[in-house]
Design a protein around this ligand. Structure first.
Ligand code: SF4
Length: 374
């Protein structure tokens, strides 16, 4: 049963040098037509069993659309898929796009969560990441969103950018302390090889922090966030109590969700699928009333087990207590048992990929139903 809906808005006013998302600066399909295509694509799933509780508009830059275009999108999707049970609607927002009146309009369509793509609270960080907004833009955006009534705001940050020092993390923390967003997503910079920044890093033209420096950055970050009252509930996500992102929890709990739009991913009827990344092929398929899917994978019991372990171990709560036998003896020092489960200790989060891989190898002969049935 579908629990969440993701909608990809692939428009941006410029391309960031590290960005691997499908985002188009000069799209061959205009935004109004694209919105109509999203609603047509939704119709292709109108017979799917669902109780949608979260809606997430990501991108790209959804706030390149006018607030009324976002409202039209939400209303159109509601008519087709019934969003009456939705409790969380998030819109990703770039700091230089909306003003207070726009945020107010957005609120009037039921949007109750904003995710601001700040990326850094230092001019040094913004420059290293090739962002075109300033720290002032972020502060103005944040304050105007609050004045418009947003009470659940996420700030996206990227750390381990070229030239970042541990003391730069302190500046990020100072502004987080001042603003006190309800949620912080802090991702380590990934130098994708198909991006200009990735090419420069791979070619040795630009250096990013390595090992010990990386550990120092991460430790400064998580200790700082903890001292500000945030708790980490997923590898890269922290929140104040009660403000965990419901939408992302659907992904990490291996529940089903619908993804609409060019390049969107979904998990429907035990099948993971990916839409085409080409907007013209996307438009053609939807106009012909075909699902614009270009990749799909039916998950076997063993695949579901693997995903369950992988995704649950990203969460602080980790695996249910009844799954403790899945953790090999030599890995126990990396884990801790909490009230609700067994998760990887905060100080070993940078090793989480390696730890999860070892847990998977240790359990490679099992399936989820076998484990659940003891
Ligand atoms: S604003 Fe976001 S989606 Fe757009 S190019 Fe930059 S990182 Fe990519």
């Amino acid at each position: 049963m579908l629990k969440a809906l993701y909608v990809h808005i692939p428009f941006c006013s410029y391309k960031c040098p590290y960005c691997d998302f499908v985002s188009l600066v000069d799209p061959p399909v205009n935004p109004n037509d694209y919105i109509d295509l999203l609603i047509e694509e939704a119709k292709l799933y109108s017979n799917t069993d669902r109780r949608i509780e979260t809606l997430y508009l990501g991108g790209g830059t959804p706030t390149l659309l006018e607030p009324d275009q976002i409202g039209y999108t939400i209303e159109g999707l509601d008519r087709v898929l019934d969003l009456s049970k939705v409790r969380e609607i998030t819109v990703e927002c770039n700091p230089e796009t909306y003003r207070k009146k726009d945020f107010k309009r957005l609120r009037s369509f039921g949007v109750n969560r904003l995710s601001i793509g700040a990326q850094s609270f230092t001019e040094k960080g913004l420059k290293a990441l090739g962002r075109k907004h300033s720290v002032r833009d972020i502060l103005r955006c944040y304050e105007e969103a609050m004045e418009a009534g947003f009470e659940n705001i996420n700030v996206d940050l990227i750390y381990a950018y070229p030239g970042q020092k541990p003391e730069d993390i302190d500046r990020e923390l100072e502004l987080l302390e001042r603003l006190r967003p309800e949620h912080v997503s802090a991702y380590m910079l990934t130098p994708y090889e198909n991006t200009p920044l990735g090419v420069s890093i791979k070619g040795g033209l630009i250096e990013t922090p390595q090992e010990e420096e990386l550990e120092r950055l991460y430790e400064r970050l998580w200790r700082g966030l903890k001292s500000l009252g945030y708790s980490r509930y997923e590898i890269s996500n922290w929140s104040l109590k009660g403000f965990e992102c419901r939408h992302n929890l659907v992904y990490w709990s291996v529940e089903e969700f619908l993804g609409l739009g060019v390049s969107a991913w979904g998990f429907v009827g035990g099948r993971r699928y990916g839409n085409t990344k080409n907007i013209l092929l996307y438009a053609k398929a939807v106009r012909e009333k075909k699902k614009p899917v270009c990749e799909e994978l039916y998950l076997s019991d063993a695949d579901i087990f693997e995903e369950f372990i992988m995704l649950r171990l990203r969460l602080k709560e980790g695996l249910p207590h009844s799954f403790r036998g899945l953790i090999p003896h030599h890995l126990w020092p990396f884990f801790e048992e909490g009230k609700n489960g067994i998760g990887i200790r905060e100080e070993f989060m940078l090793l989480s990929n390696e730890i999860i891989a070892e847990v998977l190898v240790y359990n490679s002969h099992r399936t989820l139903s076998e484990v659940r049935n003891g």
